[in-house]
Design a protein around this ligand. Structure first.
Ligand SMILES: Cc1cc2nc3c(=O)[nH]c(=O)nc-3n(C[C@H](O)[C@H](O)[C@H](O)COP(=O)(O)O)c2cc1C
Length: 151
């Protein structure tokens, strides 16, 4: 099954998970912030996004709207990097709710890398000034297991 991992990531957390998945599958990997993709050659699409201010990353949102038709007949997996309070299921487009498998892989707050405004918001809202590493490796393993072709 030809697969591709697509993602958008601001500080690298979603990218890290996306790279791990692409390595596991030995498949193509593309950053939606940088390139357009043609889906026709792929049977399995894995999409990774983080959440900012309750929203998907803009390039992911745009991709999902543009490619919604092309996605309906494929094996779709979406993984979210976000905190536990976020209703990530509500961010899945309605037309994909039935055929997309959705995973919440946790999150990181990389305060050392953040721009001033993001750091300020993180301090005000999440009350965090130090880096937080809360990716859930167990869920990532389940996700890897799900996307691997079954013999
Ligand atoms: C300014 C800011 C706003 C954020 N807003 C949300 C949010 O609304 N919901 C959420 O679950 N996580 C939120 N987060 C946490 C990010 O989703 C988390 O840091 C994620 O791991 C970032 O992944 P990335 O580096 O791949 O973009 C926010 C983080 C920042 C810095």
């Amino acid at each position: 099954m030809k697969s591709i991992v697509l993602y958008s990531s601001k500080y690298g957390t979603t990218e890290k998970v996306a790279k791990e998945l692409a390595l596991t599958l030995q498949c193509d990997l593309k950053n939606l912030d940088e390139t357009k993709v043609s889906l026709s050659e792929y049977e399995q699409i894995i999409i990774g996004t983080s959440v900012y201010m309750g929203r998907l990353r803009k390039s992911v949102q745009k991709f999902l709207i543009q490619e919604i038709q092309a996605l309906t007949n494929k094996k779709i997996t979406i993984f979210f990097c976000c905190n536990e309070e976020t209703d990530y299921q509500a961010l899945v487009p309605t037309s994909l709710k039935n055929n997309a498998q959705v995973y919440h892989v946790g999150y990181e707050l990389l305060t050392d890398e953040m721009h001033f405004f993001d750091k300020w918001i993180t301090k005000k809202v999440a009350k965090q000034t130090e880096p937080v590493h809360a990716l859930n490796q167990q869920t990532i393993e389940q996700l890897k297991n799900h996307i691997q072709p079954k013999l």
